[in-house]
Design a protein around this ligand. Structure first.
Ligand code: CTP
Ligand code: MG
Length: 262
């Protein structure tokens, strides 16, 4: 791991100073649960594509010097044009690469575009466009302090049951409850998840999951036996998944505009 990296000052000239922290934004999903329409990441929130909000959220952290956007497999040119229409104000570089069929594959492809010299990688869902910069900074800080894998998370507010799912012919039947985990030990995880770059790369090399793949990068790191830690998440880092989430996102943006006005 890179726990000692901070104490080493590499002799690097100004012009070749490498990017130290990069954010990979998987944005290649269709957004099936959001209903018919454009790919989820391209849908507008307060007139601006969700993806642009997400890119700004990452670039808003002073630590992040590169953002890798993972576009739908056949949509990299369209996403590149879209991002060109919303230039960033700071110095953060943005690159676009085509993604894959699953989120795990998309993250792997994004990670492959991260240049040498980057030691910390954030993975952030385009579908969490409103994460506050303080949350991003807290994740980066925890990785730089030596944790190889850091996840922002919130306590679970609903009581959660384990059930025996009824699928196929039996879908829709009442599902038997098989347990109720103690809510006090549960956390709902968000993104950006932050990683020591080598740890995340090793997880994506070694962990192969069937079907839909991993929906959570930290889960892959856990499977390698590496410790993952949780830092406080934020309610505005919620994932836009279903139509009601769009209503909430618009309300959050309206509140921010109102607060900015005073
Ligand atoms: N994602 C991706 N590549 C895929 C699938 C998902 O990059 N093949 C990204 C999505 O674009 C999203 C993030 O992973 O930013 C979280 O996934 P999710 O919220 O499930 O988005 P979708 O897969 O687009 O939505 P749905 O599952 O409803 O289709
Ligand atoms: Mg999905």
């Amino acid at each position: 791991m890179n726990a000692n990296a901070k104490s080493v000052t590499p002799p690097i000239g100004e012009s070749e100073r490498p990017a130290r922290t990069a954010a990979v934004i998987p944005a290649a999903g269709r957004g099936v649960r959001l209903g018919p329409g454009a790919p989820k990441a391209l849908r507008p929130l307060s007139g601006t594509p969700m993806l642009v909000h997400a890119v700004r959220a990452m670039a808003g952290s002073r630590a992040v010097s590169l953002v890798v956007v993972v576009a739908p497999p056949d949509g990299a040119d369209e996403v590149q044009r879209l991002l060109d229409a919303y230039p960033l104000t700071g110095t953060t570089e943005v690159v676009v690469v085509p993604g894959g069929e699953t989120r795990q594959e998309s993250v792997r492809l994004g990670l492959a575009a991260v240049p040498d010299g980057v030691t910390t990688v954030l993975v952030h869902d385009a579908a969490r466009p409103l994460v506050p910069v303080d949350t991003v900074d807290a994740v980066v800080a925890a990785v730089r302090d030596g944790s190889p894998a850091v996840v922002p998370a919130l306590p679970v507010t609903d009581t959660v049951k384990r059930v025996e799912p009824r699928t196929g012919d039996r879908a829709g039947e009442p599902e038997p409850v098989v347990g109720t985990p103690d809510r006090a030990v549960l956390r709902a995880v968000q993104t950006p998840q932050g990683f020591d770059r080598a740890t995340l790369a090793a997880a994506h090399e070694k962990i192969v999951l069937e079907g839909d793949g991993a929906t959570d990068d930290a889960g892959m790191v856990e499977r390698m036996g590496v410790e993952v830690v949780v830092v406080p998440g934020h309610e505005e880092a919620f994932k836009v998944t279903r139509p009601l989430d769009l209503v909430l996102a618009e309300a959050v943006l309206a509140r921010r505009r109102k607060n900015d006005g005073f």
